[in-house]
Design a protein around this ligand. Structure first.
Ligand SMILES: Nc1ncnc2c1ncn2[C@@H]1O[C@H](COP(=O)(O)OP(=O)(O)OP(=O)(O)O)[C@@H](O)[C@H]1O
Ligand SMILES: [Mg+2]
Length: 412
């Protein structure tokens, strides 16, 4: 095995005996690598070791820590001891590391985790209070432990309440790490950090110093509400639309918002996908149409106040005859967003999975304007999609364009 170096800040996590171990802090501080290394070392020193890497929502294995754990095995030159499979890792002595999303579990199914030695919750700021409550009594094998790594967001988040409030469990070790405690901090991230220091002053200390997210005064969405209704699977959908809000200029930092939303047979709204991206008109058009195909959407929703013809034209040049619904902004941006935020407050919208960037933008929209940097393209697209899916919110009915149906039949 290759010798591994443990950064000073994480050493307490390695030494003492504890039921709960937590590392929180800013981006790139080595939290994930540290726990991945601990996991691999445990697995070689304890035959038959069983661990589970947990996230609140895990839509695919790509989102899991599988890659990180398998890279760590390679980094430590331990490839011969493990068998890395597509969805799990066999550890020495017939043990296993597997990967799961808490939202895929019911109170019943979670019982399958009872013989686990270590559960590691990655990105634990996303962990809901329900999941934490399910997990704690489930991990009950003799000497079993639960580990948490997270970038703090809100002091009301379940993991912060559990491990950073006044009454934390006695048998827990919690450390804070930042980029400057990671001797492996890569130069690419250093560039990002310096950029944020200069251009993203408001959020710098949240992102890099591990401080709580600055709460935007008067924001019309909040994380707790979004979390409370999050799901990992959508029900049957009655309608699905893709909304696209292209950035005005290609050079600016703004992205093209591309959001997929649906209305379920339960008459609730669902945010299904966020495929927003930078790039040329052809690229956003292709991405939007790929989303349309992937989700078998009914239509693409575009807003026609600003260059609507150009948007239509760009989409049609990629896919002639595609079904487009044009909506016209008759009210200001934030006025349009408010009825949608009211739906969230009423518990009528769920995010299927976590859409970090969209949710960050949402929590910076106030009735007086957007308090984030640039333009909230993702929110705009989401608001358009939901406005189309909940037409009663919109007194002036969106205009549905049937022209394309004619050309669609032409196109065969
Ligand atoms: N033990 C290590 N060996 C080699 N490189 C490491 C190690 N620990 C950290 N790094 C480097 O530092 C970077 C940041 O580490 P890591 O991803 O673990 O941080 P993090 O705190 O989990 O970051 P984030 O907040 O983005 O989740 C890694 O991408 C890797 O390049
Ligand atoms: Mg990490």
């Amino acid at each position: 095995m290759t010798q591994h170096i443990v950064p000073e800040v994480f050493k307490p996590l390695w030494k003492e005996k504890a039921r709960y171990r937590g590392a929180y802090g800013g981006r790139g501080s080595g939290k994930s690598h540290n726990f991945a290394t601990m996991l691999v070392i445990r697995a070689v020193s304890q035959k038959g070791f069983r661990a589970i890497c947990v996230r609140e929502v895990q839509r695919s294995l790509k989102e899991s820590a599988l890659r990180l754990v398998s890279d760590t095995i390679d980094r430590l030159n331990l490839g011969g001891e493990f068998s890395v499979q597509t969805n799990q890792i066999k550890t020495p002595g017939d043990g296993l590391i597997s990967f799961t999303g808490m939202q895929d579990h019911t109170a019943e199914s979670i019982k399958s985790l009872e013989n686990i030695h270590v559960a590691w919750v990655e990105e634990a700021s996303n962990l809901s209070a329900r999941s934490l409550e399910l997990l704690r009594p489930t991990i009950r094998a003799d000497g079993s432990e639960i580990w948490f790594s997270w970038n703090p967001r809100n002091e009301t988040d379940a993991v912060d309440q559990f491990l950073r409030s006044e009454n934390i469990p006695e048998n827990s070790i919690v450390v804070k790490s930042n980029y400057d405690s990671n001797q492996f901090f890569p130069s690419e991230l250093e560039e990002e950090r310096l950029f944020d220091k200069k251009h993203n002053v408001e959020r710098y200390s949240h992102i890099w110093d591990g401080e709580y997210e600055p709460r935007v005064k008067g924001a019309i969405w909040d994380r707790a509400t979004i979390h409370a209704h999050r799901r990992s699977d959508p029900p049957e959908m009655n309608r699905i639309v893709v909304a696209v809000d292209p950035a005005v200029s290609e050079e600016g930092g703004d992205e093209h918002g591309i959001i997929v939303c649906g209305i379920g047979e339960d008459n609730r709204g669902y945010v299904l996908d966020d495929l927003s991206r930078h790039g040329s008109p052809k690229q956003w058009a292709e991405q939007t149409i790929a989303a349309y195909d992937k989700w078998s959407a009914d239509a693409i929703v575009i807003e026609i106040n600003q260059g609507g013809d150009m948007v239509r034209h760009t989409l049609e040049s990629v896919r002639p005859g595609i079904r487009i619904i044009e909506v016209r902004a008759t009210k200001g941006k934030h006025v349009r967003a408010e009825p949608i935020s009211a739906l969230y407050q009423l518990g009528r919208v769920s995010h299927v999975g976590t859409f970090d960037k969209l949710e960050t933008q949402m929590c910076q929209v106030t009735s007086a304007g957007y308090q984030g940097d640039g333009s909230p393209d993702r929110v705009d697209a989401m608001v358009w999609a939901m406005t189309e899916l909940f037409p009663k919110l919109n007194r002036q009915k969106p205009k549905v364009d049937h022209r394309e149906n004619v050309s669609a039949s032409w196109m065969g």
